[in-house]
Design a protein around this ligand. Structure first.
Ligand code: OGA
Ligand code: NI
Length: 354
């Protein structure tokens, strides 16, 4: 038995049965929305210049209406982007024996190579291998990271620092867009956390039967996704799956569950998924920025009033994260488990508010 998909996928001309989704839960690739450009595209060049207010407004609208946007002029050099994609590709092209040194199926491990989503709890597997790294504070974790390819630790470490700088700027902008102090979100995250995945989706002989990742929302605060030139990411917008076509040197930013909670449901953590294709491998590198495990998360007091009661109770990020990994990638958001008593009652009595 192969532990990793990468090593199994190269030798099969059919999808093995444990990867096949039930008919009701397949990607229906021909029903995907063909139109482009439905995710806002925001130029961060002027974030600290004369157009500041306009850009804050664009960010606010994107978080509210789409849960997703793309950014250019984000401050991360092109050479660094190319380099981290190259390192990820080289990592997954190493011989199986070298890669397996990093293998673990225990989600609590802070550096690990694994496959699918959570092989211990899921019924159907996903067409993906992934390397997951904790990356903040960097010096706590960098010594566990792979040493191959040779520049891995240095180059990926530098990339993580730069992505963190971008996140901190975005958190200020998002706080401001909610009418909160610029430092508000930053101040709610305890010691802060930053994780990263290198996702590797091998070519798949029958992409219509399986997912790279099925529809899910991200459990963290905010995600900064880098994808290579191969399409595969789709975002649910107005009930339709919309592809996010790769644009070189841009990042895709999406709101995670914790931001939805902090904003008391003003900003949306939106379903997205990764589909695979029969001809080309695909790499994506999401950075998951999050509270530290001990941070207590709840709706911002300034966003609670008579018309907008607290939708969520307060909880520790640790509790949330544990639930997320153990219940599998269910389409119903994990957020429903953390609703405030008053909003749960509304659901139980069958009253649904728009
Ligand atoms: C994720 C994710 C999308 C992609 O890793 O959470 O949504 O395109 N990835 O790989
Ligand atoms: Ni995701």
């Amino acid at each position: 038995m192969k532990l990793l998909l990468t090593d199994l996928a190269s030798g099969v001309d059919h999808v093995p049965s444990n990867y096949i989704r039930p008919i009701s839960d397949r990607p229906n690739l021909n029903q995907v929305e063909k139109s482009q450009g439905s995710i806002p595209f925001i130029d961060l060049q002027q974030l600290h210049g004369p157009k500041h207010c306009d850009i804050i407004a664009q960010i606010g609208l994107a978080c509210q209406n789409h849960g997703f946007f793309q950014v250019k002029n984000h401050g991360i050099p092109e050479r660094m982007i190319h380099n981290v994609l190259r390192i990820a590709r080289e990592f997954f092209r190493q011989p199986e024996s070298e890669r397996l040194k990093n293998y673990s199926d225990d989600p609590r491990k802070t550096t690990r190579l694994s496959t699918s989503f959570n092989v211990n709890t899921e019924n159907v597997s996903n067409w993906r291998d992934f390397l997951r790294l904790h990356c903040y504070p960097l010096q706590h974790y960098v010594n566990e990271w792979p040493t191959q390819p040779p520049s891995f630790r240095e180059d990926v470490g530098e990339y993580c620092n730069r992505v963190r700088d971008l996140v901190l700027r975005l958190l200020e902008a998002i706080s401001e867009s909610l009418g909160l102090d610029r430092d508000y979100i930053n101040s709610q995250l305890g010691k802060h956390g930053q994780h990263m995945a290198m996702n590797y989706y091998p070519p798949c002989p029958q992409p219509e039967l399986t997912y790279g990742l099925p529809g899910h929302t991200d459990p963290n605060l905010i995600t900064i996704l880098l994808q290579d030139h191969v399409p595969g990411l789709q975002v649910l917008q107005n009930g339709k799956w919309v592809p996010v076509h790769p644009i070189p040197n841009t990042f895709i930013v999406n709101i995670g569950d914790q931001m939805q909670v902090l904003s008391n449901d003003r900003y949306k953590s939106v379903l997205h998924r990764a589909v695979v294709n029969s001809s080309t491998e695909r790499i994506s590198i999401p950075t998951f920025y999050c509270p530290s495990p001990d941070a207590v998360i709840g709706p911002a007091k300034e966003l609670i009033d008579e018309d907008h009661p607290a939708v969520y109770k307060n909880f520790s990020y640790q509790e949330y994260y544990h639930k997320f990994w153990n219940r599998g990638l269910a389409t119903e958001s994990c957020l429903d488990l953390f609703k405030a008593a008053s909003s749960t009652q509304n659901c139980e009595s069958g009253v649904h508010y728009p």
